[in-house]
Write a protein that binds this ligand. Structure first.
Ligand code: PLP
Length: 421
């Protein structure tokens, strides 16, 4: 039954009292950063001693200690081709960061131009990029700082709103591409449906060099028995003759060590040839010792999946705790909606409109840090002010529990206060 105004006022007074009590002894909890916990990093410590010197030059055509093999050692190409679902020759294995590869691809298209164009994007007066939102803030930063105008696209439960994407790409040649995190999207945990992949691959675009930045950062990062899979973008594009728009990325950042992993990209043969040429001016070769170390440790896709199960055992209780506590606390009202992802690194909270910023501020004042409200939107601008991202992976489950209790308190307090204004 709906509370009377007097009851609501009474409840708000109680909540404020509880809040002020916590404020006197602030907590120290951080749910800001989507990084693995220490116990996850430990899972890959054996990787540090798997290599022998001979691994680097015996049974190989080239010496991995030396310069060369720009696009990656054959076994690493084979490994990432299994992860991304392509042929090994459609893969480039890079350094430790997929984000950096993404930046390099876009910057190259911007300043140098693509094989099928007479000029680079930078020659055009206006360039725009589609940003499914909520999305990954670092993606948006890359395109913002490279000079693109960012266009938010609403996210649905099955991926970006494709009616909107198709409408825009068919009518505006200055729209050069779209950011996608197709599996366990950051931050909503959404996995794109087959229909969305088909539509992205087949849609008409006025820009002849339209680019799909397919960031498969969480492709093997399942948390439950339900293992989401996405339709293969490059294969689907080939069906429609649009394979040049498909640029797919992944890395071992959240498989082994984020600071010392291996990243890869996959694309059409023509794109790979073009990008290899561009890379050759920047480096004589990436870290092949680390590539070899990773392949010797992770072996192949089947073995990788076993390794990921160990991560899931450590992570799943944290996500389960969040869902259980929120379900219990908010069972009778509509103050908050939250995602229950099958994988990935985040839980996304949708607050009532106009409340997210204040909730995040209230949490900060009692020592609970979460990512800035609405930072998952281009320019951090969300007119609804209703988006909060939680990153629970790096802290122990007891701290997740404490933090969620405070989130419940602050969300109810701020929402009620606003309602009673
Ligand atoms: N892409 C997404 C969607 C991410 O969430 C992250 C890190 O949080 C990255 C890329 C970073 O990847 P890398 O460490 O390979 O640069």
């Amino acid at each position: 039954m709906e509370k009377t105004t007097a009851e609501k006022k009474q409840r708000l007074t109680e909540l404020k009292e509880s809040y002020e009590t916590v404020k006197k002894n602030p907590l120290q909890l951080n749910l800001k950063r989507g990084v693995p916990g220490k116990n996850q990093l430990q899972l890959s410590e054996p990787m540090l001693t798997v290599l022998t010197p001979e691994d680097l030059y015996e049974e190989t055509t080239a010496d991995f200690r030396n310069y060369g093999i720009l696009t990656g050692i054959p076994e690493a190409k084979q490994f990432f081709s299994e992860v991304l679902g392509t042929a090994p020759e459609e893969v480039i294995v890079g350094g430790n960061s997929s984000l950096q590869l993404m930046y390099m691809v876009l910057a190259s298209k911007l300043f140098l131009g693509q094989p099928d164009r007479k000029s680079a994007w930078s020659q055009e007066e206006q360039i725009k990029f589609l940003c499914p939102s909520p999305g990954y803030d670092r993606h948006f930063n890359v395109t913002e700082k490279l000079g693109f105008e960012l266009i938010p696209i609403p996210m649905t439960d099955t991926g970006p709103d494709m009616d909107e994407v198709e409408r825009l790409t068919a009518s505006d040649a200055s729209i050069k591409g779209i950011w996608c995190v197709p599996v366990y999207s950051n931050p909503t945990g959404t996995t794109y449906s087959d229909e969305v992949v088909e539509r992205l691959a087949s849609m008409k675009t006025l820009a002849e060099d339209f680019t799909i930045m397919w960031d498969n950062a969480y492709v093997v990062h399942h948390l439950t028995e339900t293992k989401d899979e996405v339709k293969n973008l490059l294969d689907t594009c080939k069906k429609y003759g649009t394979e040049k728009r498909a640029w797919m990325f992944c890395s071992t950042s959240k498989i082994t060590f984020p600071g010392a992993g291996v990243a890869a990209l996959a694309s059409s043969k023509e794109n790979i040839e073009w990008f290899t040429e561009i890379l050759s001016d920047q480096t004589i070769g990436f870290d092949k010792v680390n590539q070899k170390r990773h392949v010797k440790f992770l072996k192949n896709k089947a073995h990788l999946m076993k390794h990921m199960e160990k991560h899931a055992v450590l992570l799943q209780p944290k996500f389960h705790k969040i869902d259980t506590l929120l379900s219990e606390y908010f069972k009778d009202d509509n103050i908050l909606e939250w995602t229950v992802p099958n994988g990935g690194y985040f839980v996304h909270l949708t607050t009532q409109e106009g409340c997210a910023t204040q909730i995040v501020e209230a949490l900060a004042a009692i020592g609970v840090s979460v990512t800035e409200a609405n930072s998952s939107y281009p320019y951090s601008t969300n007119p609804k002010d209703n988006s909060i991202r939680l990153a629970p992976t790096s802290i122990p489950v007891e701290e997740v529990e404490e933090a969620v209790q405070m989130i419940c308190l602050c969300a109810e307090m701020v929402t009620l206060e606003k309602e009673l204004q």
